[in-house]
Design a protein around this ligand. Structure first.
Ligand SMILES: NC(=O)c1ccc[n+]([C@@H]2O[C@H](COP(=O)([O-])OP(=O)(O)OC[C@H]3O[C@@H](n4cnc5c(N)ncnc54)[C@H](O)[C@@H]3O)[C@@H](O)[C@H]2O)c1
Length: 220
C-alpha cells in the first residue's frame, strides 16, 4: 500500500511517516526540507506544495495525509490551503485511492489564533467536504482532523515557558496536550480502518472548545 504524507520532515508528519513504515507501507514524503528517515520503503521529495510545478510524479497512491502547514508565515492561505488543494487535485482522483485525510486545526472551529491561519484551516474543512463528495465515485473517503495542542518541537516555546503552559492548562479541561504518537494512531484509524465515515471533521482538543462549562444558576 502506498501513502503520501506532506510535511513529512518534522513533527506530526515525521511521526506518521515512521508509523506507516512500521505498518509495512510504502511511504512517499513531500517537504520543503530534507528528511532524516533512512529506509528503503521511504521516498522523499523536496518540493513546495504551494507551487504546483514542483510536485513530483507519483502514481497509484492508496492514501494521502495532507499534513503540511505553517502558522503565521508570509501567506498562510497559499501555503496551507492552496498547497493542500494542489496536492489533492494532483494525486487523489484515480482508481487506487482509498482515503484522503486533511490536517485542519481546532482553531478552524473556534476562530482563536492568527487570522490567516484560521482562514486557511477553515478553508481546508470546506474543501475536504467537496473532496468527499467527488471521491464517492472511487468508493473512497475524505475526512479531516482538527487538533488542539500537540506536544511537537514547534510548540516548544509555549511548552517550556512555565507561565504560558499554566495558562494553557487552565483552559484545557483534560489538563494535557496529545502526543505525536496518539496523532499517528488517529491518522491510521481514519485513513485505513475507517471505511464508512466520510466528509466529517473530528475535533480532538482535550475538551478546550466544548468542555469549559459556562452554566450559571443562582444558589438557593
Ligand atoms: N502542532 C500542533 O499543536 C498542531 C495543532 C493543530 C494543527 N496542526 C497542524 O498539523 C500540521 C503539522 O504541524 P507540526 O506541528 O508537525 O508542524 P511542523 O512545523 O513541525 O512541521 C510542518 C512540516 O511541514 C512542512 N511544510 C510546511 N509548508 C510546506 C510547503 N509549502 N511545502 C512542503 N512542506 C511544507 C515544513 O517544512 C515542516 O517539515 C500543520 O498543518 C499544523 O497546522 C498542528
Amino acid at each position: 500500500m502506498k501513502i503520501l504524507i506532506t510535511g513529512s520532515s518534522k513533527g506530526i508528519g515525521l511521526n506518521t511517516a515512521r508509523f506507516f513504515l512500521m505498518k509495512g507501507f510504502e511511504v512517499y514524503g513531500i517537504d520543503l526540507l530534507p528528511s532524516s528517515i533512512e529506509n528503503e520503503h521511504y521516498h522523499h521529495y523536496i518540493a513546495d506544495i504551494s507551487k504546483k510545478e514542483t510536485l513530483p510524479e507519483i502514481k497509484g497512491l492508496d492514501y494521502i495525509f495532507n499534513n503540511a502547514g505553517l502558522q503565521n508565515c508570509e501567506d498562510d492561505i497559499s501555503n496551507n490551503l492552496k498547497g493542500t488543494i494542489n496536492v489533492t487535485e494532483k494525486y487523489a482522483f484515480q482508481g487506487y485511492i482509498k482515503s484522503v485525510l486533511f490536517n485542519a486545526s481546532a482553531s478552524a472551529n473556534t476562530g482563536d489564533e492568527f487570522p490567516e491561519y484560521v482562514a486557511s484551516k477553515a478553508g481546508i474543512i470546506g474543501y475536504m467536504k467537496n473532496v468527499a463528495i467527488r471521491l464517492v465515485e472511487f468508493g473512497a473517503t475524505a475526512n479531516s482532523i482538527s487538533l488542539g495542542g500537540v506536544l511537537t518541537d514547534s510548540n516548544g516555546p509555549v511548552i517550556k515557558d512555565r507561565a504560558c503552559w499554566k495558562k494553557i492548562m487552565d483552559a484545557t479541561p483534560l489538563m494535557k496536550w496529545m502526543s505525536e504518537d496518539e496523532v499517528s494512531e488517529w491518522v491510521y484509524f481514519l485513513l485505513v480502518t475507517n471505511k464508512s465515515a466520510s466528509g466529517i471533521d473530528i475535533l480532538i482538543d482535550n475538551g478546550e472548545a466544548n468542555l469549559n462549562s459556562s452554566f450559571v444558576w443562582p444558589k438557593e
